[in-house]
Design a protein around this ligand. Sequence first.
Ligand code: AMP
Ligand code: ZN
Ligand code: ZN
Length: 418
Amino acid sequence: MKFINFLAILLFLTSCSTSQNYHSVDNRINSKESQKKPYVLLISIDGYRWDYTEKYKPKFLTKFKETGSSVKSLRPSYPTKTFPNHLSLATGRYPVNHGIIGNSFYAPTMREEYSLRNREAVTDSRFYLAKPIWVLAEEQNLLAATYFWPGSEAKIDGSLPSYYLTYNHNTPHEDRINTVIEWYKLPEEKRPHLTTLYFSDVDSAGHKYGPNSKEVKNAIIKVDQSIEKLNTELSKLNLPINIIIVSDHGMANVDSDKFELIASEELKEEIKLSYKVIGKGPIVHFYVNDNPQTNTISLLERINKNASNFKCYDNKSTPKKLNFRDSERIGDFVCLANKGWSIGLSKGHLPKGNHGWSQYEGMEMHSILYAKGPNFKESFQANTINNIDIYPMIAKLLDLKIDHKIDGTIKYSKELLK
Ligand code: AMP
Ligand code: ZN
Ligand code: ZN
């Protein structure tokens, strides 16, 4: 009896250690044609500012950038936040067109709030309005895998990636890397040709300690070493893998004195009666409720009359170059802080570093694009490009047809390709 117990425990333990830690969609295989295509590994280092490589000199990334293809900087889309930009990278569309217009927002037609911290929301396909590159791949019989990416846990246009994970902020780098290597060791039929990987460390350190801190430097070194390790292991497999390293936005130092209240106490009470308010820091959204007591136009005039370091707009009149208007999800009006300023209806805690401001006011919000592999030019640098232009470049690398509307163009990003 004891021996049987022992056997049962042993069996259980073996099944645990071999059980996969990711979700996989059954019955998918690469078509014969797809199997001949190269591989793309898209790595995102959240909050890695465009000049961090020169500033902090990480060993692997410095060499990767110098010997591969890169751009001077990657211009993010507005607002320069994590979810809007990861979706712009993945869909080639501006946030107003892919639907994820903020890390948190309200969708009036659905009568639902979206937030990156709400599992029910991030997995709800109704929020996502554009086709991610992994869905484009799956539709054309090319397998895709995501080791974390905003939007990858929702069925979009009816598809999930063949392999994906439930987001866990604390997953060690080692687990992330090992799983990606495991995917590249799958038999050809099951091996993903498009894979994403994500690291949050640099962004987290940037918020907590500011972009000029030793903590940011340490986070960069940690990510640098992990990517180097991954690269070393992948090189041993002799597969035609193109590695693309991007970030979603930059990071600016926050001065705690640069905070401005959007409204006086009295006006704040009036606003609260008529609007749902979402956001603080660089951008705040106001959604009129079912029983408004206030006229939005006159309220806007009253707020803007006293505003020194921000401006509020109705959602049709935001600056044109931001491509951030005409979406009900922006709110009936929205307030945009000037560079480096934080705004809100109350002050609360301010981080040491932040992002979310316009990508056209200086370069602090700019991010990176470095790429290396059989299909990329060597030791080549192009000028700044927009992050919506990466989607058509990846589609070209994987020979995927795009027959729907996107906002990006391949005109500039194709310069990086051989
Ligand atoms: P923020 O700096 O506020 O724009 O957002 C960064 C945070 O987004 C990170 O610290 C992550 O914890 C979180 N995040 C990144 N990717 C995901 C994801 N796929 N699901 C949920 N949260 C995520
Ligand atoms: Zn981010
Ligand atoms: Zn951040």
